[in-house]
Design a protein around this ligand. Structure first.
Ligand code: GDP
Ligand code: IMO
Ligand code: MG
Length: 411
């Protein structure tokens, strides 16, 4: 662990290498203990990061999973869209679990507020797309970023202002465009409740605030949300989210200079999943895919939707490694493959669009809870080494179960 940590350096980003739900939360929780500041940069409550600590499950949507470590400053970046009631609920849930956050939470004043009507618009827009629906999480993400890009959004720095007039204007536009009646009383009430609890957490200039930490030589861990293939610019458009999900996007979302990043961990499942619509070349809609879903518990932590399942596609991992500059990979959920006789891995695509598979031998024995690479069955070691060789990034973390301790760290 020590060698691994010293290789990470002072600022590490954790980035999803596939279509999300790779297990970013688990690795943030594990590494969080060793960093001074923990941050989320972009996205909103479309994220669902589940961790299991001491047998107890915690699900985060807006807060970084690393926030369980008492006393550490937790930052929500300018690139985020924040649904206030969801945030308050997360803070309250933590409080009930004995974790206090309010005195160490710092929210960028430039982050946008995601209103209830953004969620309603998301639903209407999906309906209007019909068969071409994106399969959004219906958390209002697209509409909130639409307001941001149109420069008509409301930011966290306005939380304590009187927003009645602004929202009345907004309500008129929402009604005429989408036929939605905005519940003004509920929206204003939510703002008031949130203002009372959160006003002291709002940071006017996040870059200046973070510079203070950097000048004091504090280390920082950034928990990415979503994943490379869902990136608005570099993902499978239009079947993407509305934020920037890469390492560069995370730095932009926090207002940090690119040179600050000392390492970037790409998180990839040992197979592949996707929720929502869009291409999934290595999807397996047969029995094996069903097995992956059941063994891997592949049901969305935000929406409960069954995730589509399939196999690794190495060209995608190479793509993500390039865009993000992965310095290490965390291959997660290796244990889910324990019962497979043979494991197909997509290594390329023929001119006609057909995936070329390499079939690797399965190990058909349990890898659950193993914490040393040498204790893995030979075929499982070979599987990891094959992927590593192909993508040319060291696989330094390997997940062997949901629990915090169920991980192999390779020095
Ligand atoms: P995230 O969005 O990237 O943080 O990932 P999610 O939390 O949405 O989905 C990952 C799921 O896999 C969670 O339920 C984790 O508890 C679970 N998980 C993470 N790593 C492992 C692992 O190595 N093995 C198994 N079996 N489950 C894991
Ligand atoms: P984490 O952080 C998996 C997907 C949705 C949909 C598309 C657009 O848990 O990995 P949106 O609601 O963002 O407008 O939906 O993006 N999506 C995710 N899929 N994990 C996520 O987050 C996701 N966030 C968004 O399913 O296909
Ligand atoms: Mg998730």
């Amino acid at each position: 662990m020590q060698k691994f940590l010293s290789d990470l350096g002072s600022c590490t980003a954790i980035i999803g290498a596939q279509w999300g739900d790779e297990g970013k939360g688990k690795v943030t929780d594990i590494l969080g203990e060793h960093f001074d500041v923990i941050a989320r940069a972009c996205g909103g409550a479309n994220a669902g990061h589940t961790i299991v600590v001491g047998g107890k499950k915690h699900v985060f949507h807006l807060l970084p999973a690393g926030c369980l470590h008492e006393g550490k400053p937790v930052v929500l970046g300018s690139g985020m869209v924040i649904h206030l009631a969801t945030l308050l609920e997360e803070i309250e849930t933590l409080k009930r679990a004995g974790v206090n956050l309010l005195d160490r939470l710092f929210i960028s004043g430039s982050a946008h507020i995601l209103f209830e009507f953004h969620k309603n618009i998301d639903v209407v827009m999906e309906e209007r797309r019909g068969a071409k629906g994106i399969g959004t999480t219906k958390r209002g993400i697209g509409p909130a970023y639409m307001d941001k890009a149109a420069r008509s959004g409301v930011r966290m720095e306005q939380l304590t202002s009187d927003l009645a007039a602004v929202l009345t204007e907004k309500a008129k536009a929402v009604k005429s465009m989408y036929g939605i009646d905005v519940d003004m009383e509920a929206e204003l009430g939510a703002l008031k409740t949130a203002a009372a609890l959160l006003k002291h957490t709002i940071v006017p200039s996040l870059p200046d605030f973070l510079r203070g930490f950097i000048e004091k030589k504090k280390t920082m861990l950034i928990e990415g949300a979503q994943a490379v293939l869902l990136d608005l610019d570099h993902g499978s458009y239009p079947y993407v989210t509305s934020s920037f999900t890469t390492a560069t996007g995370a730095l932009q979302g926090l207002g940090l200079p690119p040179k600050i990043l000392s390492s970037c961990i790409g998180v990839a499942k040992a197979y592949c999943t996707r929720v929502g619509s869009g291409d999934f070349l290595t999807e397996d809609t047969g029995e094996a895919g069903e097995r992956l879903r059941e063994r891997g518990g592949e049901y969305g932590s935000t929406t409960g939707r069954p995730r589509r399942t399939g196999w690794l596609h190495l060209p995608d991992l190479k793509y993500g490694a390039f865009i993000n500059g992965f310095t290490a990979i965390n291959l997660t959920k290796l244990d889910v493959l324990d019962t497979e006789k043979e494991i197909p891995v997509g290594i390329g695509v023929e001119a006609g669009g057909k995936v070329i598979y390499e079939k690797l031998a399965g190990w058909q024995t349990s890898t659950k809870s193993i914490t040393e690479f040498s204790k893995l069955p030979k075929a499982a070691q070979d599987y990891v080494l094959f992927i590593e060789k192909q993508i040319r990034v060291p696989i330094r973390l390997i997940g062997t179960g949901q629990g915090r301790e169920e991980i192999i760290i390779r020095n």
